[in-house]
Design a protein. Structure first.
Length: 179
């Protein structure tokens, strides 16, 4: 129910999204968009049932991975810039700006949704050496948003906690942001 509602409210063609089930052992992938398949180099069939670490490799920053694990363990949202690998291949790296969002139903964790953005071009323009990676699980990422409305790709790049129950979500409406 929550997964269907979430997918119905997102751009599944152009937004790179992976959804996982933290209630199952090793938090397996349960859904990916076409854009995620293209960015990460795994088909839907090859990704579902596996942990999203399949895109990480030997040069994926250990501290960033630990920060992600901590945020997931604590059911918090976070944003990370880290090196990932298309198809899991060492010769196909890309800089991934990853926003991780817990999805709740009546206040209880149901899923995690992550928005991936390829920052390789941007990083290449900013620095000539490999940039240090970072992770933030700051308090300002802990806003609660509703999935009752269309999930704007620009908002998906800003981590938050999403509530699927319409009654509870009305109490958690995010204030309007200045344009």
């Amino acid at each position: 129910m929550v997964l269907n509602k979430l997918v119905a409210n997102m751009d599944t063609r152009d937004t790179s999204i992976v959804i996982t089930d933290p209630l199952s052992p090793d938090n397996p992938i349960v859904y990916v968009t076409d854009a995620w398949e293209e960015l990460c180099g795994f088909s839907y069939g090859n990704a579902v049932g596996k942990n999203p670490r399949i895109t990480q490799g030997t040069k994926s920053d250990r501290d960033a991975r630990q920060a992600i694990s901590c945020a997931v363990r604590e059911h918090r949202s976070c944003k990370v810039l880290m090196l990932n690998y298309k198809s899991g291949l060492a010769d196909r790296p890309f800089w991934n700006m990853l926003s991780i969002n817990p999805i709740l139903y009546r206040g209880q964790l149901q899923l995690f949704m992550a928005n991936l953005q390829d920052y390789t071009y941007h990083i290449g323009k900013l620095v000539c050496l490999s940039p240090s990676q970072f992770c933030r699980a700051a308090q300002h990422f802990q806003k609660t948003r509703s999935i009752a409305q269309h999930l704007d790709p620009l908002k998906l790049a800003k981590p938050a906690i999403y509530e699927a129950d319409d009654d509870i979500a009305q109490q958690c409406v995010e204030p309007q942001e200045a344009s």
